[in-house]
Design a protein around this ligand. Structure first.
Ligand SMILES: Nc1ncnc2c1ncn2[C@@H]1O[C@H](COP(=O)(O)OP(=O)(O)OP(=O)(O)O)[C@@H](O)[C@H]1O
Length: 351
Protein backbone atom coordinates (compact mmCIF):
# COMPACT_ATOMS: atom_id res chain seq x y z
CA UNK A 1 0.00 0.00 0.00
CA UNK A 2 1.32 3.45 -0.81
CA UNK A 3 0.89 6.40 1.43
CA UNK A 4 0.86 10.06 0.68
CA UNK A 5 1.86 12.35 3.45
CA UNK A 6 -0.12 15.51 3.91
CA UNK A 7 1.70 17.16 6.74
CA UNK A 8 1.12 20.36 8.59
CA UNK A 9 3.97 22.86 8.76
CA UNK A 10 4.19 23.60 12.45
CA UNK A 11 7.74 24.86 12.49
CA UNK A 12 7.31 27.91 10.25
CA UNK A 13 4.60 30.16 9.11
CA UNK A 14 3.67 29.30 5.54
CA UNK A 15 1.70 31.44 3.13
CA UNK A 16 -1.81 30.18 2.50
CA UNK A 17 -0.91 28.89 -0.94
CA UNK A 18 1.64 26.58 0.67
CA UNK A 19 -0.70 24.76 3.01
CA UNK A 20 -1.54 21.14 2.31
CA UNK A 21 -5.07 20.84 1.08
CA UNK A 22 -4.07 23.04 -1.84
CA UNK A 23 -2.95 21.24 -4.98
CA UNK A 24 0.57 19.91 -4.57
CA UNK A 25 3.28 21.18 -6.88
CA UNK A 26 4.82 17.73 -7.07
CA UNK A 27 2.93 14.53 -6.40
CA UNK A 28 4.82 11.25 -6.23
CA UNK A 29 2.94 7.97 -5.96
CA UNK A 30 4.34 4.47 -5.62
CA UNK A 31 7.63 5.39 -7.25
CA UNK A 32 9.80 2.30 -7.68
CA UNK A 33 13.28 2.18 -9.19
CA UNK A 34 15.55 -0.82 -9.71
CA UNK A 35 19.12 -1.32 -10.81
CA UNK A 36 19.47 -4.54 -12.80
CA UNK A 37 23.03 -5.59 -12.05
CA UNK A 38 24.95 -8.77 -12.85
CA UNK A 39 24.54 -9.85 -9.24
CA UNK A 40 20.79 -9.26 -9.14
CA UNK A 41 18.16 -6.56 -9.08
CA UNK A 42 18.86 -3.80 -6.56
CA UNK A 43 15.56 -2.39 -5.29
CA UNK A 44 16.82 1.13 -4.66
CA UNK A 45 13.48 2.97 -4.42
CA UNK A 46 10.38 1.08 -3.36
CA UNK A 47 6.86 2.38 -3.44
CA UNK A 48 7.74 5.95 -2.46
CA UNK A 49 4.90 8.46 -2.24
CA UNK A 50 4.75 12.05 -1.13
CA UNK A 51 3.20 15.38 -1.98
CA UNK A 52 5.18 18.59 -2.06
CA UNK A 53 3.59 22.02 -1.76
CA UNK A 54 4.61 25.51 -2.70
CA UNK A 55 7.23 26.85 -0.25
CA UNK A 56 7.42 23.54 1.57
CA UNK A 57 10.87 22.45 2.67
CA UNK A 58 10.99 18.69 2.73
CA UNK A 59 14.02 16.74 3.92
CA UNK A 60 14.90 13.21 2.94
CA UNK A 61 17.29 11.58 5.39
CA UNK A 62 18.72 8.12 5.84
CA UNK A 63 21.97 6.22 5.91
CA UNK A 64 24.23 5.86 2.94
CA UNK A 65 22.74 3.47 0.40
CA UNK A 66 19.14 3.94 1.55
CA UNK A 67 18.08 5.20 -1.89
CA UNK A 68 18.00 8.97 -1.48
CA UNK A 69 20.00 9.79 -4.59
CA UNK A 70 18.24 7.13 -6.64
CA UNK A 71 14.98 8.78 -5.63
CA UNK A 72 16.24 12.26 -6.54
CA UNK A 73 17.40 10.98 -9.92
CA UNK A 74 14.08 9.23 -10.47
CA UNK A 75 12.19 12.48 -9.90
CA UNK A 76 13.99 14.16 -12.79
CA UNK A 77 14.50 11.27 -15.23
CA UNK A 78 18.23 10.97 -14.60
CA UNK A 79 18.48 7.41 -13.28
CA UNK A 80 21.76 6.13 -14.73
CA UNK A 81 21.84 2.72 -16.43
CA UNK A 82 21.40 -0.05 -15.37
CA UNK A 83 18.76 1.74 -13.32
CA UNK A 84 15.19 2.24 -14.44
CA UNK A 85 11.87 3.33 -13.01
CA UNK A 86 9.69 0.23 -12.92
CA UNK A 87 6.56 1.68 -11.38
CA UNK A 88 4.75 4.67 -10.00
CA UNK A 89 4.11 8.21 -10.96
CA UNK A 90 5.73 11.65 -10.61
CA UNK A 91 3.39 14.51 -11.42
CA UNK A 92 4.50 18.12 -11.64
CA UNK A 93 1.50 20.45 -11.57
CA UNK A 94 -0.52 17.42 -12.71
CA UNK A 95 1.74 16.53 -15.65
CA UNK A 96 3.15 13.00 -15.61
CA UNK A 97 6.96 12.92 -15.84
CA UNK A 98 7.51 9.16 -15.70
CA UNK A 99 7.72 7.86 -19.24
CA UNK A 100 8.53 11.21 -20.87
CA UNK A 101 11.18 10.91 -23.57
CA UNK A 102 14.56 12.62 -23.18
CA UNK A 103 13.43 15.78 -24.97
CA UNK A 104 10.32 16.05 -22.81
CA UNK A 105 12.08 15.57 -19.48
CA UNK A 106 14.97 17.84 -20.51
CA UNK A 107 12.50 20.68 -20.94
CA UNK A 108 11.26 20.16 -17.39
CA UNK A 109 14.69 19.73 -15.82
CA UNK A 110 16.32 23.08 -15.18
CA UNK A 111 13.14 24.97 -16.02
CA UNK A 112 10.46 23.56 -13.70
CA UNK A 113 12.73 21.56 -11.43
CA UNK A 114 16.07 23.07 -10.43
CA UNK A 115 18.86 20.78 -9.31
CA UNK A 116 21.75 21.35 -6.92
CA UNK A 117 23.89 18.23 -6.88
CA UNK A 118 26.63 16.89 -4.62
CA UNK A 119 29.75 17.92 -6.43
CA UNK A 120 29.90 21.39 -7.98
CA UNK A 121 33.09 20.55 -9.86
CA UNK A 122 31.30 17.67 -11.58
CA UNK A 123 28.24 19.81 -12.29
CA UNK A 124 30.26 22.66 -13.79
CA UNK A 125 32.35 22.44 -16.95
CA UNK A 126 35.96 23.29 -15.95
CA UNK A 127 36.75 24.55 -19.46
CA UNK A 128 34.01 27.18 -19.64
CA UNK A 129 33.66 30.38 -17.67
CA UNK A 130 30.84 30.64 -15.15
CA UNK A 131 29.30 33.30 -17.39
CA UNK A 132 29.23 31.07 -20.48
CA UNK A 133 27.66 28.20 -18.54
CA UNK A 134 25.18 30.45 -16.82
CA UNK A 135 24.05 32.09 -20.06
CA UNK A 136 23.61 28.64 -21.64
CA UNK A 137 21.53 27.47 -18.66
CA UNK A 138 19.21 30.43 -19.05
CA UNK A 139 18.96 30.38 -22.84
CA UNK A 140 18.13 26.66 -23.05
CA UNK A 141 14.83 27.48 -21.41
CA UNK A 142 14.24 31.18 -22.02
CA UNK A 143 14.14 32.98 -25.32
CA UNK A 144 16.37 35.91 -24.35
CA UNK A 145 19.40 37.56 -25.94
CA UNK A 146 22.88 36.73 -24.61
CA UNK A 147 23.17 40.24 -23.19
CA UNK A 148 19.94 39.86 -21.26
CA UNK A 149 20.89 36.39 -20.00
CA UNK A 150 24.23 37.76 -18.86
CA UNK A 151 22.55 40.52 -16.91
CA UNK A 152 20.17 37.99 -15.35
CA UNK A 153 23.15 35.82 -14.41
CA UNK A 154 24.90 38.76 -12.71
CA UNK A 155 21.76 39.60 -10.75
CA UNK A 156 21.39 35.99 -9.63
CA UNK A 157 25.05 35.75 -8.66
CA UNK A 158 24.68 38.90 -6.60
CA UNK A 159 21.56 37.40 -4.99
CA UNK A 160 23.52 34.35 -3.80
CA UNK A 161 26.32 36.51 -2.42
CA UNK A 162 28.95 36.52 -5.16
CA UNK A 163 30.70 39.88 -4.89
CA UNK A 164 31.48 41.84 -8.02
CA UNK A 165 29.53 39.47 -10.31
CA UNK A 166 30.31 41.53 -13.44
CA UNK A 167 33.95 40.58 -13.01
CA UNK A 168 33.55 37.10 -11.42
CA UNK A 169 31.31 35.92 -14.24
CA UNK A 170 34.40 35.79 -16.47
CA UNK A 171 36.18 33.41 -14.06
CA UNK A 172 36.42 29.65 -14.43
CA UNK A 173 35.00 27.25 -11.79
CA UNK A 174 38.44 26.49 -10.30
CA UNK A 175 38.83 30.20 -9.51
CA UNK A 176 35.90 29.96 -7.08
CA UNK A 177 36.10 28.46 -3.57
CA UNK A 178 34.00 25.35 -2.79
CA UNK A 179 31.36 27.40 -0.98
CA UNK A 180 31.21 29.94 -3.80
CA UNK A 181 30.83 27.17 -6.41
CA UNK A 182 27.85 25.86 -4.45
CA UNK A 183 26.39 29.36 -4.47
CA UNK A 184 26.87 29.53 -8.23
CA UNK A 185 25.03 26.20 -8.58
CA UNK A 186 22.19 27.52 -6.44
CA UNK A 187 21.98 30.61 -8.64
CA UNK A 188 21.86 28.42 -11.74
CA UNK A 189 19.27 26.11 -10.20
CA UNK A 190 16.88 29.01 -9.62
CA UNK A 191 17.69 30.85 -12.85
CA UNK A 192 14.59 29.68 -14.68
CA UNK A 193 12.33 30.14 -11.67
CA UNK A 194 11.54 26.46 -11.10
CA UNK A 195 8.57 25.33 -9.03
CA UNK A 196 10.74 22.79 -7.23
CA UNK A 197 14.41 22.78 -6.26
CA UNK A 198 16.04 19.45 -5.43
CA UNK A 199 19.30 19.64 -3.50
CA UNK A 200 21.06 16.31 -3.13
CA UNK A 201 23.60 16.57 -0.32
CA UNK A 202 24.86 19.79 -1.83
CA UNK A 203 27.49 20.54 0.76
CA UNK A 204 29.41 17.36 1.60
CA UNK A 205 32.76 18.80 0.60
CA UNK A 206 32.34 21.96 2.66
CA UNK A 207 33.21 22.73 6.26
CA UNK A 208 30.31 22.74 8.70
CA UNK A 209 29.90 26.51 8.88
CA UNK A 210 29.97 26.99 5.12
CA UNK A 211 27.57 24.03 4.74
CA UNK A 212 25.08 25.66 7.05
CA UNK A 213 25.43 29.04 5.31
CA UNK A 214 24.88 27.54 1.86
CA UNK A 215 21.81 25.53 2.88
CA UNK A 216 20.40 28.44 4.81
CA UNK A 217 20.79 30.62 1.73
CA UNK A 218 19.14 28.00 -0.46
CA UNK A 219 16.17 27.71 1.90
CA UNK A 220 15.75 31.50 2.13
CA UNK A 221 15.90 31.97 -1.63
CA UNK A 222 13.33 29.21 -2.19
CA UNK A 223 11.08 30.85 0.37
CA UNK A 224 11.34 34.28 -1.19
CA UNK A 225 10.58 32.93 -4.63
CA UNK A 226 7.88 30.49 -3.53
CA UNK A 227 9.84 27.43 -4.68
CA UNK A 228 9.30 24.12 -2.96
CA UNK A 229 12.54 22.56 -1.75
CA UNK A 230 13.55 18.92 -1.42
CA UNK A 231 16.71 18.70 0.65
CA UNK A 232 18.62 15.42 0.77
CA UNK A 233 21.17 15.54 3.53
CA UNK A 234 22.96 13.64 6.27
CA UNK A 235 22.97 16.67 8.49
CA UNK A 236 20.04 16.37 10.89
CA UNK A 237 20.93 19.62 12.60
CA UNK A 238 20.26 21.44 9.37
CA UNK A 239 17.05 19.50 8.80
CA UNK A 240 15.79 20.44 12.24
CA UNK A 241 16.60 24.08 11.64
CA UNK A 242 15.46 24.52 8.06
CA UNK A 243 12.87 21.95 7.03
CA UNK A 244 9.12 21.70 7.60
CA UNK A 245 8.83 17.99 7.18
CA UNK A 246 11.02 14.94 6.92
CA UNK A 247 10.88 11.62 5.16
CA UNK A 248 13.14 9.05 6.77
CA UNK A 249 14.32 6.54 4.19
CA UNK A 250 15.48 3.02 4.93
CA UNK A 251 16.24 0.28 2.42
CA UNK A 252 14.49 2.15 -0.39
CA UNK A 253 11.30 2.97 1.51
CA UNK A 254 10.01 5.89 3.51
CA UNK A 255 9.69 4.43 6.99
CA UNK A 256 8.57 7.63 8.69
CA UNK A 257 7.04 10.76 7.17
CA UNK A 258 6.51 13.41 9.72
CA UNK A 259 6.62 17.10 10.49
CA UNK A 260 10.09 18.16 11.63
CA UNK A 261 8.80 19.09 15.05
CA UNK A 262 7.15 15.71 15.50
CA UNK A 263 10.16 13.75 14.24
CA UNK A 264 12.62 15.51 16.49
CA UNK A 265 10.22 15.63 19.45
CA UNK A 266 8.69 12.16 19.30
CA UNK A 267 10.34 10.05 16.62
CA UNK A 268 8.00 7.13 16.07
CA UNK A 269 9.87 4.58 13.99
CA UNK A 270 12.68 2.74 15.81
CA UNK A 271 14.98 3.59 12.90
CA UNK A 272 14.23 7.31 13.24
CA UNK A 273 14.94 7.03 16.96
CA UNK A 274 18.22 5.27 16.26
CA UNK A 275 19.23 7.98 13.78
CA UNK A 276 18.45 10.75 16.24
CA UNK A 277 19.95 8.99 19.25
CA UNK A 278 23.26 8.44 17.61
CA UNK A 279 23.65 12.00 16.37
CA UNK A 280 23.02 13.78 19.61
CA UNK A 281 26.40 14.92 20.78
CA UNK A 282 26.09 14.96 24.56
CA UNK A 283 28.90 17.50 24.90
CA UNK A 284 27.14 20.18 22.91
CA UNK A 285 23.63 18.75 22.58
CA UNK A 286 23.93 19.61 18.91
CA UNK A 287 23.14 17.27 16.09
CA UNK A 288 25.68 16.85 13.35
CA UNK A 289 26.45 14.43 10.55
CA UNK A 290 25.12 10.88 10.75
CA UNK A 291 27.43 8.35 12.38
CA UNK A 292 26.74 4.66 12.06
CA UNK A 293 23.89 2.77 13.71
CA UNK A 294 25.03 -0.68 14.93
CA UNK A 295 24.44 -3.44 12.38
CA UNK A 296 24.11 -2.92 8.67
CA UNK A 297 21.27 -2.21 6.27
CA UNK A 298 19.86 -5.14 4.32
CA UNK A 299 21.05 -6.21 0.90
CA UNK A 300 18.68 -4.38 -1.44
CA UNK A 301 18.83 -7.19 -3.98
CA UNK A 302 17.27 -9.65 -1.54
CA UNK A 303 13.53 -9.37 -0.97
CA UNK A 304 13.04 -10.51 2.63
CA UNK A 305 9.42 -10.93 3.73
CA UNK A 306 9.56 -9.04 7.03
CA UNK A 307 10.58 -5.58 8.17
CA UNK A 308 13.93 -4.61 6.64
CA UNK A 309 15.02 -3.05 9.95
CA UNK A 310 14.27 -6.14 12.03
CA UNK A 311 17.84 -7.33 12.59
CA UNK A 312 18.87 -3.94 14.02
CA UNK A 313 15.66 -3.07 15.81
CA UNK A 314 15.49 -2.95 19.60
CA UNK A 315 11.80 -3.88 19.66
CA UNK A 316 11.34 -6.03 16.58
CA UNK A 317 14.18 -8.52 16.91
CA UNK A 318 12.18 -10.99 18.98
CA UNK A 319 8.87 -10.47 17.23
CA UNK A 320 7.77 -13.12 14.77
CA UNK A 321 5.53 -10.60 13.05
CA UNK A 322 8.45 -8.28 12.30
CA UNK A 323 10.48 -11.12 10.81
CA UNK A 324 7.68 -12.43 8.62
CA UNK A 325 5.29 -9.62 7.76
CA UNK A 326 6.33 -6.43 5.98
CA UNK A 327 4.83 -3.41 7.74
CA UNK A 328 2.50 -1.29 5.63
CA UNK A 329 2.37 2.42 6.28
CA UNK A 330 -0.09 3.68 8.83
CA UNK A 331 -0.88 7.07 10.30
CA UNK A 332 -0.33 7.63 14.00
CA UNK A 333 -2.38 9.90 16.24
CA UNK A 334 0.07 12.80 15.88
CA UNK A 335 0.00 12.62 12.08
CA UNK A 336 3.28 10.80 11.41
CA UNK A 337 3.05 8.07 8.79
CA UNK A 338 5.18 5.05 9.66
CA UNK A 339 6.01 1.60 8.39
CA UNK A 340 6.34 -0.32 11.63
CA UNK A 341 4.04 -2.79 13.36
CA UNK A 342 4.81 -1.38 16.78
CA UNK A 343 5.69 2.28 16.29
CA UNK A 344 3.96 4.76 18.51
CA UNK A 345 4.13 8.50 18.96
CA UNK A 346 2.83 8.27 22.49
CA UNK A 347 5.75 8.33 24.94
CA UNK A 348 5.75 5.12 26.98
CA UNK A 349 3.94 3.04 24.36
CA UNK A 350 5.59 0.24 22.39
CA UNK A 351 8.71 1.67 20.69
N1 LIG B 1 24.53 2.90 -10.95
C1 LIG B 1 24.18 1.96 -10.03
N2 LIG B 1 24.28 0.64 -10.31
C2 LIG B 1 23.92 -0.28 -9.42
N3 LIG B 1 23.42 -0.01 -8.20
C3 LIG B 1 23.30 1.28 -7.86
C4 LIG B 1 23.67 2.35 -8.76
N4 LIG B 1 23.43 3.53 -8.15
C5 LIG B 1 22.93 3.22 -6.93
N5 LIG B 1 22.85 1.89 -6.76
C6 LIG B 1 22.38 1.18 -5.56
O1 LIG B 1 21.13 1.72 -5.18
C7 LIG B 1 21.05 1.76 -3.76
C8 LIG B 1 20.69 3.17 -3.31
O2 LIG B 1 21.82 4.03 -3.60
P1 LIG B 1 21.75 5.62 -3.42
O3 LIG B 1 22.99 6.19 -4.02
O4 LIG B 1 20.47 6.11 -3.94
O5 LIG B 1 21.79 5.76 -1.85
P2 LIG B 1 21.92 7.11 -1.00
O6 LIG B 1 20.96 6.98 0.12
O7 LIG B 1 21.80 8.29 -1.87
O8 LIG B 1 23.41 7.01 -0.45
P3 LIG B 1 24.42 8.22 -0.12
O9 LIG B 1 23.88 8.90 1.10
O10 LIG B 1 25.71 7.50 0.16
O11 LIG B 1 24.49 9.11 -1.32
C9 LIG B 1 22.40 1.27 -3.21
O12 LIG B 1 22.27 -0.11 -2.88
C10 LIG B 1 23.30 1.44 -4.38
O13 LIG B 1 24.35 0.48 -4.35
Amino acid sequence: MSHTNALPFPSRSIASDGIPGQAPVLSVKGLTTNFDTSSGTVHAVRDVSFDLYKRQRLAIVGESGSGKSALAMSLVGLVPPPGRIVGGSVKLHGTELVGLDDAGISKIRGRDIGLVFQDPMAALDPLKTIGTQFVETIRVHQDVAVKVARRMACELLAEVGVNDPERRIADYPHQYSGGMRQRVLIAMAIANDPAVVIADEPTTALDVTTQAQVLDLLAKICDERGNALVMITHNLGIVEELCDSVNVMYAGRFVESSSTRSLFGTPAHPYSKALLDCVIDPATAKRGALPAIPGSPPDLSVDEPGCPFVSRCPIGRDELRCATERPESRTLAGGAVVRCHFASDTPGDAA
